[in-house]
Design a protein around this ligand. Structure first.
Ligand SMILES: [Zn+2]
Length: 76
């Protein structure tokens, strides 16, 4: 994987909708905080995939959060 060195001292976090299971969705987001990435993905899922969120229990959402945390940590 190519690693670009950015001027910004803050790390960037990137996540795509594909990472959380939407194979046919091209949405992705990059921010400087892991929390912002998760918020943005959830906000996106809310309007783009409402049926996906509606079908998830609280426990499943928590599980997805955890999965995202792990992905964000491993990508650092
Ligand atoms: Zn999506």
């Amino acid at each position: 994987m190519a690693k670009k060195s950015l001027k910004a001292t803050k790390p960037t976090f990137t996540m795509s909708c594909k990472d959380i299971g939407s194979e046919d969705c091209g949405f992705s987001v990059t921010t400087h905080s892991a929390d912002e990435v998760k918020k943005a993905i959830f906000a996106h899922a809310k309007y783009a995939h409402p049926e996906k969120l509606a079908g998830m229990s609280e426990a499943e959402k928590q599980g997805m959060m955890k999965k995202m945390d792990e992905m964000l940590i491993s990508k650092k």
